[in-house]
Design a protein around this ligand. Structure first.
Ligand SMILES: *Cc1c(COP(=O)(O)O)cnc(C)c1O
Length: 425
């Protein structure tokens, strides 16, 4: 499938008049349609709730849109809890799915009424010592180990992942938590990342529903929800077939009818913590070609770099690139598209077939809506970009300004050097 940007060249030219490149641009219409489709796909489940994985894109304006569709927030740290709480998420609108959790973060999560999802059996004691009791609603993260396979294809390697409790520990944890006063339980697992297949969630559901039935029988615990977490992927590459969320929802429903309903557990709520699927395709990084270099290879230098989008440098991830205005030109050039970091892996594309790129061309780097801006950092003293929302009515709004040198040096305030750089304070 040909990947098309959600924005036109004309619109981009209008935006860059006011917001200098690089910036991340988001598509309100796409976010809304997708959130609605997810809600519909799981409407068969009365308690269904998506907890958007805030780490994927912690922009309040975007989370606000998802809130309109009933989404809560899945948090993994203090600052994410702080943001979610400030946005009006209360009580079971927040899932705290962290790991290696600092005790103060348990305390804050409890204070704002978040549902706590324990990553390890030893965290029971840590939590109890920190807050002086065990919450009435509690969740445990499960890791069955081994390899997670779909018809002989290995999807991921949970046995090598740091997260979650073993089967034995999960049963033990439920017993201890129940003794200590927990009344309603959740089970959570995240066994494969960025799956581009409609089979992942139904297969994960089978694993979790089976264990839920056993847990209920053996421990008498009342299981309130099963959290399928994240992991539904997006087609970064043009040749990939996108997931169909309706097929996924229906697949989970069938397993639910097969396993939970006959066990008398037809009241269990399904929760999800999707990040990438909710935002990934509805964001792009807009950057300008500022240099071309002809040495041992052909290079195009752009004004964005890996601090704006780390996935290619970090994982060798593919992000599709459209040269705006040249969508139909032949891809008869082979380029490395690079940023300006003093790091040779600062490349958005390597040996990529693209149309001829001229200085000043606007490039759209696709699918940066999740784990894009959010993974940004400040290496080489680079500043984080602005974020812009392209609204449904065609207008646009800056939803986060770009960092300034003053932001970058903010933690040196109170030191003499800061006064030298910013005498005005
Ligand atoms: C990262 C994460 C998610 C979201 O994952 P995606 O791949 O973006 O869907 C959900 N839950 C937890 C606990 C996570 O760590």
């Amino acid at each position: 499938m040909k990947k098309k940007p959600f924005v036109t060249l004309e619109k981009l030219q209008e935006i860059v008049q006011q917001v200098p490149t690089p910036f991340h641009l988001y598509d309100e219409k796409g976010i809304r349609e997708n959130a609605m489709a997810l809600k519909e796909a799981f409407s068969w489940n009365k308690g269904f709730k998506e907890y958007f994985a805030v780490k994927a894109n912690p922009n309040p304006a975007l989370i606000e849109i998802l809130r309109e569709y009933g989404c809560g927030c899945d948090c993994s740290s203090y600052t994410e809890l702080l943001l979610s709480h400030a946005m009006g998420c209360a009580g079971d609108d927040i899932m705290f799915s962290s790991n290696d959790t600092p005790p103060e973060e348990f305390a804050y999560a409890d204070e704002i009424g978040a549902i706590i999802n324990l990553d390890d059996i030893t965290h029971i004691e840590c939590l109890e010592q920190t807050i002086g009791r065990i919450p009435k609603v509690i969740s445990c993260r499960y890791n069955p180990g081994g390899l997670f396979k779909i018809s002989n294809d290995i999807m991921d390697n949970p046995g090598d992942a740091k997260y979650g409790m073993t089967t034995e520990q999960l049963f033990e944890a439920f017993k201890i938590l129940k003794e200590k006063g927990a009344e309603e339980f959740g089970i959570h697992a995240f066994l494969a990342s960025n799956t581009v297949t409609n089979e992942y969630y139904p297969m994960l559901a089978k694993v979790l529903f089976d264990v839920a039935v056993k847990l209920q029988k053996e421990t008498g615990a009342h299981i309130k929800f099963i959290n399928l977490s994240g992991g539904i992927g997006i087609p970064y590459r043009p040749e990939q077939e996108p997931n169909d969320i309706r097929v996924i929802g229906e697949g989970v429903r069938q397993v639910y009818e097969e396993v939970l309903v006959p066990a008398g557990m037809g009241d269990v709520a399904i929760y999800t913590e999707l990040g990438r699927f909710m935002m990934g395709p509805y964001g792009c990084l807009v950057t300008k070609a500022i240099h071309e270099k002809h040495t041992h290879k052909e290079y195009i230098g752009v004004d964005a770099c890996a601090v704006n989008l780390m996935r290619p440098a970090m994982y060798g991830a593919y992000h599709h690139i459209t040269v705006m205005g040249k969508e139909d030109a032949p891809c008869d050039h082979v380029y490395d598209v690079t940023g300006s970091l003093c790091e040779n892996n600062d490349k958005f594309a390597i040996d990529r077939h693209l149309p001829q790129i001229d200085k000043g061309d606007l490039l759209v780097i696709h699918d940066t809506g999740a784990h894009g801006f959010a993974m940004g950092y400040n290496y080489n003293g680079k500043l984080k970009s602005a974020e812009v929302l392209l609204k449904e009515d065609g207008s646009f709004e800056v939803i986060r300004r770009a960092e300034t040198p003053k932001d970058y040096f903010a933690t040196l305030d109170g030191f003499p050097i800061y006064k030298k750089m910013f005498p005005e304070g």
